[in-house]
Ligand binder design. Structure first.
Ligand code: PLP
Length: 340
């Protein structure tokens, strides 16, 4: 792969070019070995590695940012680690100690710090993952696992306001299922519905509950937020929604700023009603990839609502405050940043 990190940085989006190193640790005999840093290279797996067949695969997506003073810092390692372990537990995979998780990330970012692009909105994307590695034909919980951390420079995915469709046929997650886990299977199952929406000219779907498609859940790789009657409203967390680190950060910042927030159930009917009446003034997605992404159009069944995106919108206040912390321009009052 390229060893010229910034030659073509303007062309990069999410992790198309991996950086030069990777961290790797093995789990066998009931314990995690220490992480080792290696040059980024293909890994050998047996064709019968259980993860390749039965999807015992869990991952995280997080970022390191370059401060204006040149320092490099990783955003919310502990919160991502907490979610990683919840996902691992749901997939019957061994939890990983915070020290291993942190070492894998810090070793990689330290070795490849020249790959961390300066802002605004650019970052170094970090992908920790665990895959079941026992060689076996029949289904069982694997005894062996690989933990790896890879990464690469990142430019924002969505430059213009999104056009999204309320999904009324397919489901991403069911109650009692795996929606709250960041496991590979969730993403495979979301591909066809997303592709169909994209064929109809939409950027993404907004998922609704699997049973009746009446309750708003989240978007492709983002949690969703709305401003309704001046209040920042977002679906309350359930086991069908990923507990987004950006969601939590944005809500924390809103609280810090004294902005009204409401985490509650939002029905599609209420949202449509609010859009018709002009009470819904903003919609946006929040996630590691896009940070805060304005939604400019929402299709609900046969209606499509336009939401003008204004520079004075609350979402930009939230985004600016979040970015100020992530790029070291504002005090890290919540202890979110790990300077490498
Ligand atoms: C399904 C889903 N929902 C929400 C999010 C947002 O989560 P985070 O803010 O932790 O990136 C993501 C991205 O990781 C996602 O894949």
């Amino acid at each position: 792969m390229s060893s010229q990190p910034f030659d073509d940085i303007a062309q990069l989006t999410l992790s198309n070019v991996p950086s030069e190193h990777m961290s790797i640790a093995q789990h066998s005999d009931g314990r995690w070995e220490d992480c080792v840093l290696k040059p980024y290279a293909p890994i050998e797996m047996q064709p019968l590695a259980l993860g390749l067949h039965y999807a015992q695969i869990v991952f995280e997506g997080m970022k390191a940012y370059r401060y204006d003073n040149g320092d490099v810092a990783v955003f919310r390692i502990e919160k991502h680690h907490e979610r990683f372990n919840k996902s691992l537990a749901r997939m019957c995979m061994p939890e990983i100690p915070l020290s291993h998780f942190r070492d894998g990330i810090v070793d990689l970012v330290r070795a490849d710090r020249s790959w961390v692009p300066p802002g605004p909105d650019s970052a170094f994307y970090i992908r920790p993952f665990v895959i079941a590695n026992e060689e076996r034909m029949g289904i069982k919980v694997s005894d062996d696992y690989l933990f790896m951390v890879v990464g690469g420079p990142f430019r924002p995915l969505y430059a213009r306001p999104l056009r999204v469709r309320m999904e009324r046929v397919f489901a991403r997650a069911v109650a009692g299922g795996t929606g709250f886990a960041k496991c590979a299977g969730n993403y495979a199952a979301a591909m066809l519905p997303t592709q169909l929406a994209q064929q109809d000219g939409f950027d993404q779907v907004i998922w609704t509950d699997a049973k009746e498609h009446r309750v708003v859940e989240e978007s492709g790789t983002m949690n969703v937020m709305f401003v309704i009657d001046g209040v920042i409203v977002t679906p309350a967390l359930t086991d069908t929604i990923l507990d987004g680190v950006t969601r939590d950060s944005v809500l924390t910042i809103a609280r810090d700023l004294g902005l009204p927030i409401s985490e509650r159930m939002i029905t599609v009917d209420d949202l449509a009603e609010g859009l018709r009446a002009g009470r819904v003034t903003e919609a946006f997605g929040v996630g590691t990839a896009a940070a805060v992404a304005p939604i400019g159009r929402i299709a609900i069944d046969t209606e499509e609502f336009a939401l003008p995106v204004l520079p004075t919108d609350t979402m930009f206040t939230l985004k600016n405050h979040l970015n100020a912390i992530r790029y070291g321009q504002a005090p890290d009052v919540h202890g979110w940043m790990t300077v490498i």
